[in-house]
Design a binder for this molecule. Structure first.
Ligand code: GLN
Length: 454
């Protein structure tokens, strides 16, 4: 995999940092254990993985795709990182991402864009474009992403790979640099559903270091993926979300989705149409809640505690150092989010914006609850379009935000959701994703249906 990275990453740019020495040492440690006849620590011992650069890694740089954290070496591992190491997973390095995970194309990285391995002129999705591109380009066997509004599933869809957002609280957020704390969730990126399940079981589980971690057994995702692989969905009730489709969706994506629904039916699933009327308001609600939380979370980058500090020559006040550093360290999208969030939270506007968005969030959760009384899983296209061209939407934030239309509801409700490849669009020959959504703590249903379908 290190050779493959050396051969192709100049063109793909999936990695911000390749930890050659650390990876070889971890691989050697697994080999030595096996040579003594010891059992491997997990089924993934020795498997090379790429880690999104938003999870801390002790002794290895973590930038979150931002100049603000350039040169910062975390003194501790995120819980996800620790669990990977304990399982014997070989961490190859850190992957490129939109700055602080804000974006849908990886073009907001301060270190240049990642290219979609299917067509280097196109985006690999975002914010975790580096993670999904690395597995699509066979630079890593597995990857970890984080999904606040779609950043695992949308890159999965446009790179033809599997991406899973676990139930909120199912995977520890300790050491995941916070964007929007009530939405952020780390999860697996893989080339098959079973691979994703094996990785899911390694990283999931209760963690006392995360106050929103759920103290419940990890859903049996590996068993579900194995069960699904027999291709039988008899008795499984599948709901097609009526609100996703129509204007703004590429006909090629909708045709691929239609074929996917037919295939689920052919596998024995009972397919019905389900209406979730509040999903229409998910995008505006998300773009108030996520920036509000971000404006608060990013206050920690004060030029004193981490990374970049400019104008530090004694001639400026602490306040000037802070504002000059933040001006230089943050890119335009991060500044836009801080402005939006600060505005939405300010007195006089709080009830109208943040308060209303929270009410919409409750309505979306209720739509899911009502839907899951009728069906076991919901399905939709993962994204309205296939991978767009690099540069095409950079000057149009609304068009960029539109990429997450179908993925955001599951974040707002804290539910589990997966994107699984559903072939190539007959319009442009690019990968399309099928999104499968399940209730909180029913992540196993995604794997059963996803494995049967793939
Ligand atoms: N694209 C969405 C945003 O820009 C989602 C990002 C994410 O899931 N991290 O906020």
């Amino acid at each position: 995999h290190l050779d493959r990275i050396a051969a192709v990453d100049d063109h793909v740019h999936a990695f911000l940092h390749v930890d050659t020495d650390g990876a070889l040492a971890a691989a050697r440690a697994v080999d030595e254990k096996l040579a003594t006849g010891e059992q491997p620590a997990s089924p993934l011992a020795g498997v090379p993985l790429a880690l999104k650069d938003v999870l801390t890694t002790e002794g290895v740089p973590t930038t979150c795709g931002s100049r603000t954290l350039e040169g910062w070496i975390p003194p501790y591992d995120a819980t996800v990182t620790r669990k990977l190491r304990e399982a014997g997973v070989v961490i190859l390095g850190k992957t490129n991402m939109d700055e602080f995970a804000m974006g849908s194309s990886t073009e907001n990285s301060a270190y240049g864009p990642t290219h979609n391995p299917w067509d280097h002129a196109r985006i690999p999705g975002g914010s975790g474009g580096g993670s999904s591109a690395s597995i699509a380009a066979f630079e890593a066997a597995l990857a970890i992403g984080t999904d606040t509004g779609g950043s695992i599933r949308q890159p999965g869809a446009v790179t033809g790979t599997v991406g899973v957002k676990p139930t909120y609280g199912g995977v520890s957020r300790y050491g995941l640099v916070a964007f929007s704390s009530s939405l952020d969730q780390a999860g697996p990126c893989a080339r098959t559903v079973l691979d994703a399940a094996l990785l899911h079981e390694v990283i999931a589980g209760y963690d006392a270091l995360d106050s929103t971690s759920i103290d419940a057994p990890v859903p049996p995702v590996v068993a579900a993926a194995r069960e699904g692989a027999n291709g039988d969905l008899k008795g499984v009730r599948v709901g097609v979300v009526k609100e996703f489709g129509g204007d703004g969706y590429q006909p090629g994506v909708l045709r691929s989705f239609g074929a996917a629904v037919e295939q689920l039916r052919a596998l024995g699933a009972d397919v019905v149409e389900v209406s979730c009327p509040s999903f229409t308001y998910a995008l505006p609600a998300y773009y108030l809640i996520a920036p509000s939380e971000a404006s608060s979370n990013l206050a920690r980058f004060d030029a004193m505690r981490y990374g970049l500090r400019v104008a530090d020559d004694g001639s400026h006040s602490a306040e000037e150092v802070m504002s000059l550093t933040r001006e230089k360290g943050f890119g335009p999208e991060v500044k836009r989010r801080i402005m939006l969030g600060t505005y939405a939270l300010s007195s006089g506007y709080y009830d109208a914006y943040y308060g209303s968005a929270q009410k919409v969030r409750t309505l979306i959760t209720r739509d899911f609850t009502a839907a899951f009384e009728r069906v076991d899983v919901l399905v939709s296209p993962t994204t309205p379009t296939t991978a767009f061209k690099i540069g095409e939407r950079v000057d149009d934030p609304m068009a960029m935000y539109f990429a997450d239309l179908c993925t955001i509801p599951s974040n707002l409700a804290g539910n589990a959701a997966m994107s699984v490849p559903s072939g190539l669009s007959d319009e442009d020959g690019l990968p399309v994703g099928l999104q499968i959504m399940a209730p909180a703590l029913a992540d196993d249903r995604l794997y059963r249906v996803g494995a049967a379908y793939e």
